[in-house]
Design a protein around this ligand. Structure first.
Ligand code: GDP
Length: 478
């Protein structure tokens, strides 16, 4: 078969729609044989359909992208731009871990959709080896003239840094005019004025916008009046923005897909239900209280079957035999450590479940530590995010964009393990997410004022912006 086993793509002979309800361009538009993950698109049980308006906007975007991407070299030949075409760009600069990159790249793409720009991706990092090209007959990678060296010069000290009024929107003698939007952790309140109407008016006339961020900025776009109404039309359900645009943009490269399908076929194909568990503690070494927290989350919420209690010693010795095997639940666990996997596996091997169901637990890798931009490491990270996104239900770790990416691609509201402040198990150990959207961690709450507004912006301005379950000062779309 040409789809992942266990996820049959056809129901009663019905031909599967490989465009995800019109979200993706027709397969025939792409060069044949270049991106197996696109033609072998697995069936996502929790996939939500895009709006007509979004489909229309994406097709319009693709036409523009094909026209403009090839002209990006003109950036370094500003004089030859005297005839001035109508191509304007947003350039995404790679920063931080893979989950963060997926958030910020999706955010840059949405900005391109909202402002009629063309998105170009920093190709100096692993990105080109991890993902397929999303736009038919075109590339989303910056041409090689944009070297790693040169991209490094676009940083918080650049005179082009937006709202830091040195040469806003100005170029240099050797480049076209550009602005740099700075949202890595050293951002300040001036950078946040990016979310003001007048800033967006000003940026209209700037042909090139560079963006570097480690935050999911999308909830902030709602502060810009004209983006707000546009977003309402494109995403009648605001909690599905990353779900839809993520599924539009992020298709595993053949190298990543080969890894994903090998793992899936060997470990995940034989199941009734797939539970994904993503463990991220943000510090090295095992954390026993987190293992305890995971177990409490699972049992309090009946996420996995109960094992027989100590009082039932006769049941404890119950032998289920080796015939008439049922599939049961399969758990895909991901973590930099193997400790949490060992504990949970041990728990389910040491006693039978009350229902007799089996629980199989697998973890693809335990890399020990983050090694972003090492391709072997990044392929595993991307493969694991993708595999998690095939789960029927999810438990994720608070604060982690790795988990956000998986839940949003899946369309599954996860149980979020809350971060403990004191190495004790928090009460409750986990909460159910209100939507599948990622959290904007450093959301600007009442910190900055736009020139045209009397009051400072506020998270409470919009009912659909709510505090994140895991980061109380953050905001997410619900
Ligand atoms: P965040 O730091 O949790 O928000 O997620 P990021 O993905 O931005 O950065 C963490 C990086 O650490 C990942 O991109 C991986 O390189 C690595 N990493 C963290 N957790 C895992 C995991 O469960 N599996 C693998 N393979 N890598 C992980």
């Amino acid at each position: 078969g040409d789809v992942l086993p266990g996820k049959t793509s056809t129901e009663a002979g019905k031909i599967e729609d490989r465009t995800l309800g019109g979200l993706l361009p027709d397969l025939a538009e792409f060069e044949p044989g270049v991106c197996a993950s696109r033609s072998q698109q697995p069936h996502r049980k929790n996939y939500f359909q895009p709006s007509k308006e979004l489909i229309r906007r994406l097709r319009r975007y693709e036409v523009r992208h094909r026209k403009c991407a090839g002209r990006a070299r003109n950036f370094f030949h500003p004089q030859s731009q005297s005839e001035k075409d109508d191509c304007r760009y947003v350039v995404w600069i790679a920063f931080s871990g893979l989950g963060n990159r997926l958030m910020t790249l999706m955010g840059a793409f949405l900005y391109a959709l909202l402002t009629d720009r063309t998105l170009l991706v920093d190709g100096t990092k692993d990105m080109s080896e991890l993902f397929c090209e999303p736009i038919p007959k075109s590339s989303w990678l910056l041409p090689p003239e944009f070297t790693e060296e040169w991209l490094k010069t676009v940083n918080e000290s650049s005179p082009q840094r937006f709202a830091h009024n040195s040469t806003d929107g100005g170029g240099s003698s050797v480049t076209a005019d550009f602005s740099y939007i700075h949202f890595t952790y050293t951002f300040d309140h001036k950078d946040e004025t990016f979310f003001c109407d007048e800033s967006q008016d000003q940026l209209e006339s700037v042909p090139w916008v560079f963006m570097k961020s480690d935050n999911y900025l999308v909830p902030g776009y709602y502060f810009v009046s004209r983006f707000n109404s546009d977003l309402g039309a494109l995403f009648p359900d605001r909690g599905l923005m990353f779900h839809l645009l993520g599924n539009y943009l992020f298709h595993p490269s053949d190298a990543a897909w080969a890894w994903i399908t090998r793992f899936y076929r060997s470990y995940l194909s034989n199941q009734d239900r797939l539970l994904g568990i993503q463990i991220r503690t943000f510090r090295p070494g095992p954390l026993p209280s987190f293992s305890e927290q995971l177990q409490q989350c699972i049992l309090n919420n009946s996420i996995l079957p109960k094992v027989v209690a100590d009082g039932h010693s006769e049941l404890k010795q119950q032998i289920s035999g080796l015939r008439e095997l049922k599939n049961g639940t399969t758990v895909l666990m991901t973590s930099l450590e193997s400790y949490y996997y060992d504990n949970l596996r041990e728990y389910y091997l040491s006693r039978p479940t009350e229902s007799g169901e089996s629980v199989a637990i697998h973890q693809p890798s335990h890399e020990g530590k983050q090694r972003t931009d090492n391709i072997g490491h990044d392929i595993k990270a991307w493969a694991e995010i993708y595999l998690l996104s095939l789960s029927d239900s999810l438990i994720t770790s608070g604060w982690s964009t790795f988990g956000y990416a998986a839940q949003a691609l899946a369309g599954v509201r996860p149980w979020i393990l809350l971060k403990s402040e004191d190495d004790q198990v928090p009460d409750p150990p986990c909460v159910r997410a209100k939507s599948v959207e990622p959290c904007y961690h450093q959301f600007p709450i009442g910190n900055f004022k736009c020139p045209s507004k009397d009051a400072a912006h506020d998270r409470n301005s919009f009912a659909y912006l709510q505090p994140c379950e895991d980061v109380f000062f953050g905001a997410k779309l619900v």
